[in-house]
Design a protein around this ligand. Sequence first.
Ligand code: GLC
Length: 559
Amino acid sequence: MTDAALATDAPVIRSEDAAWWRQAVVYQVYPRSFADADGDGLGDIRGVVQKADYLAGLGVDAVWLSPFYPSELADGGYDVADYRDVDPRLGTLADFDDLVAALHARGIKVIVDIVPNHSSDRHALFQAALAAGKGSPERDRYIFRDGLGENGELPPADWASVFGGPAWEPVGDGQWYFHHFATEQPDFNWDNPDVHAEFLHTLRFWSDRGVDGFRIDVAHALSKDLPAVLPSQAELDAMDTTTGHHPLFDRDDVQDIYREWRQVFDEYDPPRIAVAEAWVATAERRARYATPEGLGQAFNFDLLEADFDAAQFRDIVADNLAQSAATGSSSTWVLSNHDVVRHATRYGLAPRRGNPAKQGSAWIIAGAPADQIELARGSRRALAASLFLLGLPGSAYLYQGEELGLHEVGDIAPEDRQDPAFFRGADPDRDGLGRDGCRVPLPWTGTGASYGFGTAGAHIPQPAWFSDYAVAVEDADPASSLNTYRRALALRHELQTGESLEWLETGRADVLRFVRPNGWQVVTNFGMEPYPLAAGEAPVLGGLVDGAVPAETTVWLRG
Ligand code: GLC
């Protein structure tokens, strides 16, 4: 069978039942950087519509759209000014309806991003809070406190925001508001019933428009319990985040919110699904977000934070399969997203001096000079890790461009950067470079202005080497990363089976091999020595050299 035939002819299992999400491949679209249909340099909803066939040909089960709502773009759209509309620069609600129709017609589900911890400071509710003044019901929807000092001229606490700089901002009347993230992202007060009503309205609004599910941003931070006298940052830092009673993070009572949301999800048929973005301390804490009475599923970032290392991968898989079995959820697997250094690049970096344990981790230098990145090795390892992940039971979350084997762009000029983490000086783990390097608009063609992204250039400039990774270029090469992902996704549909695996003995610490209930096997050689298979074992995905799995390569065998 040819590659093209495999991509389109393989039986596609896209169940309409309530469990469709359990082993889905979900593809994250970062809309402003995906495809620009109207030629203003910014990706848009129609751009995604135009690529619906590309997504279907790739073989994904669902598309998760990062925020496309009206926003001043203080944080790439995660500062939402209106939860129930489309940013006019990205299109209209009618365009959104067309997108849902285009994806559904191809059997692809649609997941949208809900950002409930904070709104934009341009949101009508926050503007009303500013206008209404101290002590008003409007202010109670956000987290306002009187400043310290004679006239409230000092912040209520010395807390730092996630993006760097202070987390409290004065509003000019002696009061200050709290923002975990950028100044333009005031945190909601989830003790206020109006905030609950606002989000129930939003969940129904998108569900009624045919959306199949929701990705919940910063799901672990909504509930807060702030005492009258606020602790200092140092005191906060010293507090245990695993007790469920931290003032700011991963509080047990945050689940009350999600139980309320579950009622809404279950009003629909099939029920709407949700996946929590919860950066919590342990797999056990994460499981709390993934119960059937709550959000149902939670991102597991363990592989994303791991080195390219067989022992680490095996422990992480075993731990998370045990957790999901215990909660009735299904595991999720992620190697890249819009917040971390692309995994092809992570895996190509040498160990950080003095901290070899951090090799390949998400927290390593995004902007390392080219001569410090082993590009080919990073690409090879990235493909091996992705094919390992795609063979696992559970859902796989892919980030746009990873199917191309795309690398992080490290050398974006300061004036072209957009990420508040860069401007506010946070993110020391990325040497202060922020997250723009994984958000550069995709290359669709090997030549032409913005490599086929649009007609008017790209809102973050693309480097010349993007040409090599363009969809059209990889399309023509049967051995490309893109065609390998297509084959893998088509085969995954064909081979998909029960949600478990059994490890097989390999006799090598750097080789993992597992078998799924129907006999589908995945073999990953994390090391540099070829790993011979038994005579007659012929992979359906990935090639052998002289009967052996080459260095840093994954192969699949049919049962
Ligand atoms: C999440 C998003 C990230 C955003 C932050 C604040 O972590 O993934 O991109 O900056 O929330 O909304």
